[in-house]
Write a protein that binds this ligand. Structure first.
Ligand code: ZN
Length: 266
């Protein structure tokens, strides 16, 4: 009897819990291991379709920056223990994007637009936060269904896999994020940047750089703005989040290596 009552209580709790979007978010998603498998396959195919930069120094710089930011993801988050990759695409469009499984791509156009290291770190932290919060995977799980997506990840559903690949290649990003997801990625990204030792104001500064680019050459930022809606209010929010953090000395706003890389990518 007692066991039955507990079972009823658990069932009720689950039913009630599943009604909230937060609970749904956690369960309605493919497992992290499958996401990473899917990411590894996609990255291999993306490499044949885009022009990746092979310069070891530039890649090491980006990887180092990305790894420092990823190290801020709490250990309880299953993405924190996975391997992340940071790649540079030879493309003048000012864009950065994440595909499943912790593969973050930054275009040469974005690195050239960034004025300093903390602006680049701002975009990286934002993209990393989208993956850590599993926004991209959430959108894909909703779109394709979890079991279909899992089969695609494991290679037993080639047609869905090809659809996902086509989506990555045509959009330069998988998801069009909503305002709540953008805010979450901004807020988390600011904290990750700060923890990694970068000036967290760099994110708002990069967003201002992107808005300025939108005025001077709208085509170059079209893809970024399509997947990450950006407004003055949002930039103010990011600035406020950064200002709330405790004062810390030696935060990196800029570093010589960033400019060396930028020069090399011209
Ligand atoms: Zn975003």
């Amino acid at each position: 009897m007692k066991v039955r009552r507990i079972a009823v209580a658990i069932t009720l709790a689950l039913l009630l819990g599943c009604g909230s979007s937060a609970t749904k978010f956690k369960f309605n998603i493919i497992p992290v291991e499958d996401e990473w498998q899917l990411g590894a396959n996609l990255a291999r195919d993306v490499a044949h379709q885009v022009q990746l930069v092979n310069d070891a120094e530039s890649l090491a710089y980006l990887r180092d920056m990305g790894t420092r930011i990823v190290a801020q993801i709490p250990p309880s988050n299953p993405t924190s223990t996975q391997t992340w990759e940071f790649l540079i695409v030879r493309d003048e469009a000012v864009n950065a994007f994440a595909i499943p499984g912790g593969h973050i791509y930054v275009n040469t156009g974005l690195i050239k637009s960034a004025h300093n290291a903390s602006e680049l770190a701002g975009v990286l932290a934002h993209e990393i936060a989208h993956v850590a919060t599993r926004h991209t995977t959430q959108q894909m799980s909703n779109e394709y269904g979890i079991s279909t997506l899992t089969k695609a990840a494991l290679g037993s559903n080639p047609s869905t896999y090809q659809q996902v690949l086509a989506q990555v290649l045509s959009n330069g990003a998988l998801a069009h994020f909503n305002r709540d997801q953008e805010k979450e990625a901004d807020d988390l990204g600011v904290h990750y940047m700060f923890g990694a030792g970068y000036d967290p104001h760099g994110m708002a500064n990069m967003f201002r750089t992107l808005l300025a680019e939108q005025k001077s050459r709208p085509n170059a930022v079209e893809r970024f703005f399509a997947s990450h809606p950006l407004t003055e209010d949002r930039i103010k929010d990011v600035e406020e989040q950064a200002s709330k953090l405790p004062k810390k000395t030696n935060l990196i706003t800029d570093e010589q290596q960033f400019h060396t890389v930028k020069e090399k990518l011209q």
